[in-house]
Design a protein around this ligand. Sequence first.
Ligand SMILES: NC(=O)c1ccc[n+]([C@@H]2O[C@H](COP(=O)([O-])OP(=O)(O)OC[C@H]3O[C@@H](n4cnc5c(N)ncnc54)[C@H](O)[C@@H]3O)[C@@H](O)[C@H]2O)c1
Length: 354
Amino acid sequence: MSKVKVAVIGCGTIANSAHIPSYLGCPDAEIKYFCDIIPERAEAAVAKYGCGKAVVDYKEVLADPEIEAISVCTPNKMHSIITCDALRAGKHVLCEKPAARTLPEVIKMQEAQHETGKTLNIGVVNRFNDGVNHIKRIIDSGELGEIYSVYVSFRAHRSIPGIGGAFTTKEIAGGGALIDWGVHYLDIVMYCTGDPAPRTVSAEAFCKLGKDIANYNYTYMWAENTRDVNGTYDVDDSVVGIVRTEGPTITFNGAWAQNIGENEQYIDFMGTKGGIRLYYGKHFEMWSTKDGMLTKTSFEYNSKNHFQTEINAFINCVKTGEKAPSHIDTNIITAKILQGVYDSSEAHREIEIN
Ligand SMILES: NC(=O)c1ccc[n+]([C@@H]2O[C@H](COP(=O)([O-])OP(=O)(O)OC[C@H]3O[C@@H](n4cnc5c(N)ncnc54)[C@H](O)[C@@H]3O)[C@@H](O)[C@H]2O)c1
């Protein structure tokens, strides 16, 4: 069977660290285009990886009938537009997380997927993580009993990315700590607990520590190359909230930046028979009882590269039409929660989610 011909739209950090190497590592895929509005980035990819053609306009890629699938690795502002155009041009799409800036944009993506029947997966890569899948199997088996409550912490001391740049500009990113980090954590919770429908949200999002861009102190800044002291900072750098679902109640506390020196990044699944703490991106621990005694089990494992697994799963969807766990139909649930958090914060009250 011939290889699936793909194009990578947006040749920045995530494209170079995850999508491109994973396509190169997938025996069933072949990269034909690198596309970036900054021509040097697309050209650098051609030179570095020794394949494909460099282009600046994604519509050139969509006009090529040979291209079957694309990765959308642009800033969030372009996710919905490029994805909808690509689906309607007959291409399968893997779009980076968050699906888009707002729920209405995500709904447009889902409508385009339903209309065309092409694959649309979102880059919620933890659904392809071995540890996360292990936890899901434990929860599904009933070993923890009923999961009635989940606490999510995605807090860091000073970790605002590229302050003043695309990540901190609402018009481009749609939001800050919640939409950039929280999206991964909430997605893990939804996945492991069976994607329960959300009912209500009460939340507050704060734009505090990064507002004075010039005087923001930090020791390390990721996406530093997009930093701009004269730029915009109008997104949440911390957020707290509670989400009631048809399954567990989820409480969360997230911060790109806070005046507490600890980085606390974990998810606690509280069940009637046992509980699990997942250290984000790392191992997990389980508390339970056996023969009348309390037990604690630490799970150590060697995880496969989840980006490679995600890309392999996407190419499999393209070839077989199978639905992956990261399909837009499941991702829309998290998109509703994200929108609910921002709406609740703006209204300063609890809101219902339909
Ligand atoms: N899955 C993850 O864990 C993860 C990690 C990092 C980033 N991301 C997501 O990936 C996306 C990109 O983030 P990044 O850190 O790589 O950003 P980046 O700024 O490093 O790269 C984005 C690239 O897209 C290009 N671009 C912008 N508009 C374009 C257009 N219309 N056509 C073609 N190219 C265009 C930019 O020039 C830039 O080179 C974001 O949505 C981000 O949330 C996901």
